[in-house]
Design a protein around this ligand. Sequence first.
Ligand SMILES: Cc1cc2nc3c(=O)[nH]c(=O)nc-3n(C[C@H](O)[C@H](O)[C@H](O)COP(=O)(O)OP(=O)(O)OC[C@H]3O[C@@H](n4cnc5c(N)ncnc54)[C@H](O)[C@@H]3O)c2cc1C
Ligand code: FES
Length: 279
Amino acid sequence: MRPESNEFKIARLMEVRSETGDTSTYLFILEAETEFLFEPGQFNMLGLPGLEEAPFSMSSLAEPGNNLFSHTIRHVGNVTNHISRLKPGDRLLLRGPFGRGWPVDNLKGQDILVVAGGIGLAPLRPLLLHCLGNREELDRFILIYGARTPDDMIFRHDLLSWQDSGFMKTIFCVDRLENGHGTSLHIREGLVTSFLGELDLDPLRTRTYVCGPEIMMRFVARTLLRDGHARNRIYVTMERRMRCGTAHCGHCQIGPKFVCQDGPVFEYGDIARFSDVLL
Ligand SMILES: Cc1cc2nc3c(=O)[nH]c(=O)nc-3n(C[C@H](O)[C@H](O)[C@H](O)COP(=O)(O)OP(=O)(O)OC[C@H]3O[C@@H](n4cnc5c(N)ncnc54)[C@H](O)[C@@H]3O)c2cc1C
Ligand code: FES
């Protein structure tokens, strides 16, 4: 962790974009800084004076010389509902960036498989953008994104451009598909795991990045392990209640691991052995 990560900073809201009925993307600018650097998969603690803080992954890619960043947030309770009422120009407190993100080293010659469920696409978006920026290094690049219904899918513009990119293979799926979902996305019915078999993956070349409900990550990982993928080539991200964000309070602990500092991204083999996870 960089020493300045734990200091409170002030972020000003620039723009809000609605994604679904209960989820929006917030574009912020960091005041008093000219640059805000972070890695795909890292998170910030966001809060308002007098309110608790909560952790949120960045949903944008950091750019050198730029202090803009975004979070995509589902409104479920105190902090998130307060954030949902912010207007452009309003400010909030931020600590971060924290944690270990998605490993993006040595991509050359790798097949990259990204599997996301629901809001789980938000922490994966910077990874997808990073891979797109380094597309010449990759061999295969596949995204499977599942949601409950087409209306629950976030980042519609991105999904459409990724689908039509000719470079990324995309599979979009929902639990229930009704006629006339009103988008140009090719959406299929089924769980994300039901499409793994048709990909003819090479276990020795494939790195898999997964984010979604724990039960979904469990079935994806177990299907891949059954097909010969190694535990250290599957990465998952864990969600736990957090308070300090700096491995001091113990709120986010899983066995000896602190999700805030050792994670939130873990190699599957490093985290699945603890009894307090569903993996
Ligand atoms: C590393 C990390 C990254 C995250 N990134 C994102 C993100 O990009 N976008 C996003 O929308 N959310 C993200 N979350 C989840 C987000 O932190 C919670 O939704 C937030 O803490 C809810 O705060 P609240 O005060 O609005 O809700 P509260 O009022 O605290 O709770 C509302 C309801 O949600 C339940 N709940 C809240 N947080 C959790 C949790 N972590 N696990 C299980 N149940 C919970 C509560 O039990 C309650 O039922 C992330 C969490 C972690 C740990
Ligand atoms: S949030 Fe305090 S130890 Fe992780």
